[in-house]
Design a protein around this ligand. Structure first.
Ligand SMILES: Cc1cc2nc3c(=O)[nH]c(=O)nc-3n(C[C@H](O)[C@H](O)[C@H](O)COP(=O)(O)OP(=O)(O)OC[C@H]3O[C@@H](n4cnc5c(N)ncnc54)[C@H](O)[C@@H]3O)c2cc1C
Length: 381
């Protein structure tokens, strides 16, 4: 069995790792550098606090891989678990938090519903009077996506996988017994194709005349020097009603992020502006200050960047064999880094007709957009 994977980000490499682990022959074609797409621009968040069961289960199934990554792959991904704190300003958001915590607890997540004063235990300078409720999960954390990509790529190569950078896929065609995939220097005959091209997935699938509802959306991050003393072990804190978030970074700095603009146009994934807008960074910092008193006027904006979310209409990934051996693993809508390990196992199951992955990925089928059985993920920033 040979599988050709389009895209050498964390998802494509996790798929390649799961497949080589089970004895399949794999080629990864990456147009640019490994991890050079959205993976290299992610905030590294790994959390269990989602509002749908399938997203919670993808996290629970992936976390053991992040926990044991250093032992298994020999690479330190700087995995830490300061937790995630979600904050609600409105009663309707608080009601949703209660429902989410019940579902998460049922799935085995130790998340807790808190009143704003209890949240002060985790973020001492929280402006608690702005909020009506919070949730916290101690198993949520962060890791370094760059190191994860290096560890996965090395493991795939060691297992005999062929991982190629600077190899764009230019055409994909169905054949009698599989697929033909063209790159500028070589044509591959393969049993299955995995589209793990992130924000480029609509374009890649179109090469095979397949239409995917996945749109590239620009998202930014700023690295700041907070005015106040944000503790190193403070959780990633999300003010869900404004979409603003922050977390401590290294050496006293912090990351602030969020998406505030009303309009959200599709961007060209090859030509978008990868730099951070100063005006956006000022707004992100002000919003973080409105949430917790670390980000007053003396806060210095150091640097930042922009990357792409690959967004589907219901903010859930598509993980599905959509055309007899054309498997899609894309559209993670801002949480594909953390879900990559479980996705890799699910994709290997789809390619090899096995049943190893412990997550029921049937809610992530492509045809949900036609049947109307879409999902609703409320915990997105
Ligand atoms: C600002 C920001 C913050 C984020 N924070 C988080 C977070 O905290 N936690 C989290 O889980 N996720 C986060 N994400 C989302 C995360 O980055 C993505 O979901 C994840 O990286 C997707 O991985 P991927 O491998 O699918 O895509 P990518 O890393 O984009 O990889 C796809 C690859 O396909 C390649 N490609 C495209 N076209 C072709 C072609 N024709 N031939 C060959 N290769 C091709 C591209 O070059 C690219 O390298 C964030 C994203 C952004 C932008």
């Amino acid at each position: 069995m040979h599988v050709l994977i389009v895209g050498g980000g964390v998802v494509g490499l996790a798929c390649a790792h799961a497949l080589t682990d089970r004895g399949a022959s794999v080629t990864v074609c990456e147009a640019g550098s490994l991890g050079g797409g959205s993976t290299g621009r992610a905030a590294g968040g790994i959390r269990t606090q989602f509002s749908t069961r399938v997203n919670v289960e993808l996290s629970l199934s992936s976390i053991p891989v992040w926990e044991s990554f250093a032992d298994e792959f020999g690479v330190d991904i700087d995995y830490r678990r300061p937790g995630y704190l979600f904050l609600a300003r409105t009663d309707s958001t608080a009601d949703a938090f209660e429902r989410n915590v019940a579902m998460q607890n049922d799935a085995g997540v130790p998340s807790r519903f808190l009143d704003p004063d209890e949240a002060l235990e985790y973020v001492p300078e929280l402006r608690a009077d702005q909020f009506v409720a919070a949730t916290y999960s101690s198993v949520d954390g962060i890791a370094d996506p760059h190191s994860a990509v290096q560890g996965l790529a090395a493991a795939v190569r060691e297992a005999g996988g062929d991982v190629r950078a600077n190899t764009p896929v230019t055409d994909i065609e169905r054949t009698d017994d599989g697929w033909r995939v063209e790159t500028p220097h070589e044509t591959f005959e393969t049993d299955a194709v995995v589209c793990a091209a992130g924000a480029w997935s609509k374009r890649v699938a179109a090469l095979a005349d397949i239409d995917l509802p996945i749109a590239p959306r620009r998202r930014q991050i700023a690295v700041v020097e907070p005015e106040g003393d944000l503790p190193d072990d403070a959780p990633l804190t999300i003010d869900l009603d404004t979409g603003s978030y922050f977390r401590p970074e290294r050496e006293g700095t912090a990351i602030v992020g969020g998406h505030f603009s009303e309009s959200d146009p599709d961007v060209d994934p090859d030509g978008f502006d990868k730099s951070m807008d100063l005006e956006w960074a000022l707004e992100a910092t002000e919003r973080a200050d409105d949430c917790a008193a670390y980000f007053g006027p003396e806060t210095k904006i150091r640097n930042g960047w922009a990357g792409l979310y690959a967004v589907t209409p219901d903010h859930h990934a598509i993980v599905d064999d959509v055309a007899s051996g054309f498997v899609v693993a894309a559209g993670f809508s801002g949480h594909g880094f953390q879900h990559a390990p479980a996705t890799g196992e699910a994709v290997a199951d789809l390619c090899l007709d096995e049943d190893v992955c412990d997550v029921d990925i049937s809610p992530l089928s492509l045809d949900r957009f036609e049947s109307g059985e879409t999902l609703s993920e409320e915990n997105v920033a």
